[in-house]
Design a binder for this molecule. Structure first.
Ligand SMILES: Cc1ncc(COP(=O)(O)O)c(C=O)c1O
Length: 400
């Protein structure tokens, strides 16, 4: 087989989860900071609506862009939250946010085109771009130390624009770093898009996992419809990863065009998930708020513990549920690569983390990602194991 997809990479998160499962099968008490999904099950009122849809035998194809109730509920949610001015026919419900990313990339990028991807990055954008024969142009985020964390390098983004550039990716809140990019930075990216006639693929799937001020959705900026392909979904906010429900929001002609691709790929999102998805958006929202409060406690715990690990530099993540400590000093001392260090933690202590280099190339070198979607108790236990192991490694080095 030889096609554009020949060189594509899988998602490393899934690979490490498989390694961890194998260890667990052998009886190791594995603590996983690898998984990118809330550990809390989908809330009961959403499950009830899914069951009702089944009992009513709502099991056939639906409209490709989603049932009208769902498109309306999504528009209403975004308008209430962000005064976004979204109309239901500017919404395309998809089979998860990943499909929304795929459709946006496939609709806008072709052979020879370039997409600017701030790095480290969630891998789906560059990989799907490659599948289309396009070229991801990686622009490293600026690491401003544990005090300030990561920032977009807006100047470097603008400098990277060429005649072939079609798209800029903006994930906010950010996976894998947990950074929030402030309104000035979002505005600056939008301005570059306006100036050069580009689109911004804005992925705000973590918009409910925000622990500090300073987040402003790109949908609050005037004129966004001319330049934004907006991605969001139910997976994280309502802990619905397995239901496969996400959405793309853009100007109506764009949605109409992308819908023609969608119908040829998957016909429609799962009917039952769509009904459940309406119930999720209509609320009650208390379970979401409670979940986010719990994640705030976890964030505080993971940062507190990680800051006690010698050689780790830890910026406080302000959104999503990831923390991305810089471990370069430990690597220097021990002579390990980022991947070797991650494997060492897994096989010596049963702790799963991800190497920054899987996001997806170079900018994550010297960093590791921990997802703190586990209990505070397990967080303390897991990071405690990391601390003991690092202390041991550093002591061995001094003795040598
Ligand atoms: C930034 C980002 N976008 C999209 C997705 C995919 O979401 P979904 O499961 O809805 O396809 C993820 C999942 O980890 C993500 O982190």
């Amino acid at each position: 087989m030889r096609s554009v997809i020949t060189g594509l990479r899988g998602e490393a998160g899934f690979l490490y989860i498989a390694k961890a499962r194998e260890l667990a099968r052998r009886g190791v008490d594995v603590i996983s900071f690898g998984v990118g999904q809330p550990d809390i099950p989908t809330f009961d009122h959403i499950i009830e609506e899914g069951k009702r849809a089944l009992e009513e035998k709502f099991t056939g194809y639906t409209e490709t862009a989603g049932i009208p109730e769902l498109r309306e509920a999504i528009a209403e949610y975004l308008n209430t939250r962000y005064q976004a001015g979204v109309k239901p026919d500017e919404v395309l419900a998809t089979t998860g946010a990943k499909t929304a990313i795929f459709l946006a990339v496939a609709a806008y990028l072709g052979p020879g085109d370039e997409v600017i991807v701030p790095e480290p990055s969630y891998p789906a954008y560059p990989e799907t771009a490659r599948a289309m024969g396009a070229r991801p142009v990686f622009i490293p985020l600026k690491w401003r130390g544990p005090e300030h964390g990561f920032e977009l390098d807006v100047e470097a983004i603008e400098k990277a624009v060429t005649e072939r550039t079609k798209m800029i990716v903006l994930t906010n809140p950010h996976n894998p770093t947990g950074a929030l990019f402030g309104p000035e930075q979002v505005e600056a990216v939008l301005e570059i898009a306006r100036k050069h006639g580009l689109v911004v693929l804005a992925d705000e799937i973590y918009d409910n996992f925000v622990y500090e001020g300073g987040f402003r959705s790109i949908l609050t900026f005037s004129g966004w419809k001319d330049h934004v392909l907006y991605v969001n979904g139910h997976s994280k906010t309502f802990s619905m990863t397995g239901w496969r429900l996400g959405y793309l929001v853009a100007a109506k002609p764009v949605i109409e065009r992308i819908k023609r691709l969608a119908v040829n790929v998957y016909s429609c999102p799962p009917s039952i998930s769509q009904r459940a998805g309406v119930a999720a958006l209509k609320g009650p929202w208390e379970p979401v708020e409670k979940m986010v409060e719990e994640f705030r406690r976890r964030r505080d715990a993971v940062v507190e513990e990680l800051r006690r690990v010698p050689g780790f530099e830890v910026a406080v993540p302000r959104g999503a549920f990831y923390v991305f400590p810089r471990v370069a000093k430990v690597l220097e001392e021990t002579g390990m690569s980022t991947e070797e260090f991650v494997d060492h933690l897994l096989y010596s202590r049963g702790v799963v983390t991800l190497p920054g280099t899987v996001f997806p190339e170079k900018a994550g070198e010297g960093f590791i990602r921990l997802s703190y979607a586990i209990s505070v108790e397990r967080i303390r236990e897991g990071v405690g194991r990391i601390r003991e192991e690092v202390e041991k490694l550093l002591a061995e080095k001094t003795r040598r």
